[in-house]
Design a protein around this ligand. Structure first.
Ligand SMILES: NC(=O)CC[C@H](N)C(=O)O
Length: 378
């Protein structure tokens, strides 16, 4: 969806929302044009992790934090091999980054990777607009010879919608690979890569898990070929209603311990027979309060989701795989943030316990997965 050229960093740029609202600023990163779904992230830090999270594929991310790029770009924090956001919107980019880890400026990195952005616009007004009207399609256009606004708006209206988009295959690995356990190997996990972040297998490896990361298209036979103690469903971009449920249902039938994160939670939900729906503007950021309904504890958590599971909060549901309940809920809006099965070892969360970036409150969920795998062996 993106075409771009290098250089001309301060060219005029225009951001056009599909409802006709327009913001004018200056080019940030590559000069050119791009289209996607406009969403906002409330994370004050962690922009490298956000940019490289494959779940942001086809989304134009608006940063509510007014200063972005202050710590530059380092080689340690990316969550995948490239930047995935379709476009980037900031108020006031840092001109001089400062960090002992910084290797280059964020502007240079965006330019290098051909990511079209815009700076110098009122991101607070834009965020309030998206909050009131909901996430919607957007285009960013920059360069010296911009077409008139009506022509740009017509192009935005031709861009694809997020509802109905099947995107995992565009971001996931095509070859399986192994992330070795750190220290003594205790378990083997088959992880379906629907757009996995690098920190996720690392969090498992830290707990003695050897993680076999499999392409999104892996079959049930390929999952069981690695002789897994557990099965993991990753985060990922797109609409969960487009995902084929054959593999996850096969895993549930065999009662293999299962853990899912974000897209994985939505897929587990659908496999259990719950619906998924699009939130008005979603949850993105690293400061979202979630209650674990099992313990009553509240965690501050990292989120990036535009869809959610439609499951009853007030009762246990009977599913094809036994009883299921909502284990976690977002305290801002009562959105379902986790599911657990009561008759077999399977659970998932809608948010990001791998915490890259984000607070580490939810790290215990990886320990829960280990406990389920231990229970299955005992
Ligand atoms: N981070 C994710 O896994 C996102 C899941 C899904 N694409 C959503 O937007 O809700």
């Amino acid at each position: 969806m993106t075409t771009s050229t290098r250089g001309a960093g301060k060219a005029p740029a225009v951001l056009v929302l599909e409802d006709g609202r327009i913001f004018r600023g200056r080019a940030y990163g590559a000069v050119g044009e791009t289209f996607g779904e406009a969403v906002f992230s409330t994370g004050m830090t962690g922009y490298q992790e956000t940019l490289t999270d494959p779940s942001y594929h086809r989304q134009v991310v608006v940063m509510t934090a007014p200063h972005v790029g202050n710590t530059g770009v380092n080689d340690e924090d990316p969550e995948s091999r490239r930047i995935w956001v379709a476009g980037y919107v900031v108020r006031d980019p840092a001109r001089v980054p400062s960090s002992w880890r910084s290797r280059r400026t964020l502007d240079d990195e965006l330019t290098e990777q051909g990511v079209v952005g815009v700076s110098g616009i009122d991101t607070r007004a834009l965020t309030r607009h998206l909050r009131e009207r909901g996430a919607m399609r957007v285009g960013i256009f920059s360069g010296e010879s911009l077409a008139d606004d009506a022509a740009l708006l017509a192009r935005v209206k031709e861009a694809p919608q997020m509802v109905g988009a099947s995107l995992s295959a565009e971001v996931a690995t095509t070859e399986s690979y192994v992330v070795p356990a750190i220290g003594e190997k205790k378990f083997t996990v088959a992880a379906l890569d629907l757009g996995i972040k690098g920190m996720t297998p690392h969090r498992m490896a830290e707990r003695g898990i050897e993680v076999h990361v499999l392409p999104a298209t892996a079959t049930l036979d390929e999952v069981y070929a690695v002789n897994p103690d557990g099965f993991f469903l990753s985060n990922g971009p797109g609409d969960p209603s487009t995902v084929d449920l054959t593999v996850v249902k096969g895993v549930l039938e065999r009662k293999t311990p299962l853990f899912g994160i974000c897209f994985g939670n939505q897929i587990l939900g659908r496999a259990l027979g719950f619906g998924t729906y699009k939130l008005k503007y979603g949850h993105r950021g690293i400061n979202q309060p979630v209650q674990d309904r099992t313990t009553g504890k509240v965690e501050v958590t990292a989120h990036n989701h535009g869809f959610a599971v439609d499951a009853p909060l007030d009762k246990v549901s009977d599913t094809a795989y036994g009883r299921a309940e909502v284990s976690h809920v977002c305290l801002n809006d009562q959105v379902v943030e986790g599911l657990q099965l009561l008759d077999q070892p399977a659970f998932s969360v809608q948010y990001h316990p791998e915490a890259a970036a984000g607070p580490h409150d939810a790290a215990y969920l990886f320990d829960r997965f280990v406990t389920l795998m231990e229970g299955q062996r005992a």
